[in-house]
Design a protein around this ligand. Structure first.
Ligand code: NAD
Length: 459
């Protein structure tokens, strides 16, 4: 099939590369010329395990092409995926300017019947807006509507996880497809079934539904996962006051198959490019319909406070004036195996420590460059604080002379450090562990002061 992916970010690039890997001819289109130039020079703008290999393999066979030429990209395709960003607007709603601009480009250049597949996470009703935008462009080109090429919009939200994006895209749990009831909808479904057939060999994973329900399903999934995290964080904060170890509780409830183990880790809050904005957008959708999503309001508030928990503990220990203190931070990306810093809890932690006068020496296996960029923006009002911020190449190097170690992201590299070396490097062996990586009993026997999340009973 001839396919174009509009937007070459985390979702677009991974989808494009993996769809080309299935034997299709894929054009990845982006308006960011520097991204396209980098990709055409053999570079990969994001960090994702296995992505470089898939890209190289398919560029070599000529099945995967990167361009900023909108006309060429749109004319190429029978199936066009929209995978552009939908960031939060100031009021929390999803900003649809990129989606609608992509829709207008499609209407401006499409030549034959086209299935437009909406993959970005968008509020209910957006596919209707896309259709309107395409129609408006076609009306300019074809005053006689009968002569305009036909099109249909399908919703196909993406469920891949950053950090495991290639694996997730290639082995999806489910493929949600929302289509209209008419003949064109059936045509779109047939094409998508053909496209995704290799993923359905073992059993059928496609869930076919109407477009609106498909749009909503993506928000419901992310809202549910965010809810589980905030729920556990709230319980963890209580656990500290009532002599309970939240880790034991997690195992105790996770063993119930109705509950399961996933997304029950207490920690320093969720971040990333999806949960925060999607929870806010769903709250906003409800408000637009005169409804209040009370649970999700609480989920968001708990998460906002949770990002401060490590800072509050550090202040409780050292006082809120950290001048003269050196704090080591392990992990900056919002989660392991990605360089994504969007809404990362580390931004709250590092900014608060720097504002309090600390010297912060951080380590992250892949997010260093991106962290430097976003923290410079976050701390634009206190440029002097940034001079106190260093990122080093090895975890142990961050510990030299540190008064405390703060763990914000649970990268594998931090799971079993050499405790002797850690104690030798640090000024004081104190760990504030925002991801509950270590056994408090082991910490005690190593003579390390340890503060986890919801683990006071075991500390
Ligand atoms: P991103 O910001 O990484 O990439 C978006 C890309 O679209 C950018 O490169 C931008 O230059 C490009 N773009 C914007 N307007 C364009 C236009 N008119 N034509 C061509 N290119 C254009 O975004 P992302 O993280 O890939 O997310 C994309 C969508 O997928 C969002 O709606 C997001 O919520 C959703 N999503 C993301 C993830 C994830 O893990 N990142 C997972 C599932 C769903």
């Amino acid at each position: 099939m001839n396919i174009t992916i509009v937007g070459t970010g985390y979702v677009g690039l991974v989808s494009g590369a993996c769809i080309a890997d299935l034997g299709n001819h894929v054009v990845c289109l982006d308006i960011d010329q520097s991204k396209i130039d980098l990709l055409n020079a053999g570079g990969v703008p994001i960090y994702e395990t296995g992505l470089r290999e898939v890209i190289e393999r398919n560029v070599d066979t000529g099945r995967l092409v990167f361009t900023s030429d909108t006309q060429q990209a749109i004319e190429h395709a029978d199936l066009i995926f929209i995978a552009v960003g939908t960031p939060a607007d100031e009021d929390g709603s999803a900003d649809l300017q990129y989606v609608l601009s992509a829709a207008r480009s499609i209407g401006r250049w499409m030549k034959h019947f086209t299935v437009i597949v909406e993959k970005s996470t968008v509020p209910v009703g957006t596919c209707d807006k896309i259709a309107e935008a395409v129609r408006a462009e076609l009306a300019v080109r074809f005053p006689n509507a009968d002569q305009a090429p036909g099109f249909t919009i399908a919703s196909n939200p993406e469920f891949l996880k950053e950090g495991a994006a290639v694996e997730d895209f290639s082995r999806p749990d489910r493929i949600v497809v929302g289509i209209s009831k008419d003949e064109n909808g059936q045509r779109a479904l047939a094409m998508l079934r053909q496209l995704y057939a290799p993923f359905n060999r073992n059993h059928e994973r496609t869930r076919v539904m109407d477009v609106r329900s498909a749009e909503f399903t993506k928000y419901a999934a992310n809202a549910m996962l965010a809810t589980r995290i905030s729920f556990m964080n709230e319980l963890a904060n209580l656990a500290d006051h009532v002599g309970v170890d939240i880790e034991l509780v997690r195992q105790g409830i996770g063993s119930d198959p109705r509950i399961g183990y996933s997304f029950l880790y207490a920690g320093t809050g969720y971040g990333g490019s999806c949960f925060p904005k999607d929870v806010r957008a769903l709250i906003r959708t409800a408000e637009e319909h005169g409804r209040e999503l009370k649970i999700l309001g609480a989920v968001e508030n708990v998460n906002r406070d949770q990002k401060r928990v490590l800072v509050d503990r550090i202040f409780a220990h050292f006082g809120s004036d950290l001048r003269g203190r050196t704090i080591a931070v392990w992990g900056l990306a919002f989660k392991p195996n990605t360089d994504d810093m969007r809404d990362a809890p580390s931004r709250v932690v590092v900014a608060a420590l720097l504002r309090a006068g600390a010297r912060v020496v951080a380590h992250d296996p892949v997010a260093a460059e991106e962290a430097r960029r976003v923290l410079a923006l976050d701390l634009h009002d206190v440029p002097a604080a940034l001079q106190q911020f260093d990122i080093v190449g090895k975890p142990m190097d961050a510990l030299r002379g540190a008064d405390a170690l703060v763990i914000v992201t649970e990268w594998k590299a931090y799971r079993s450090p050499n405790w002797g070396a850690l104690k030798r490097e640090m000024q004081q062996a104190i760990i504030f562990d925002g991801r509950n990586l270590y056994d408090p009993h082991l910490m005690q026997s190593e003579g390390i002061a340890y503060h986890g999340i919801g683990r006071a009973a075991a500390e």
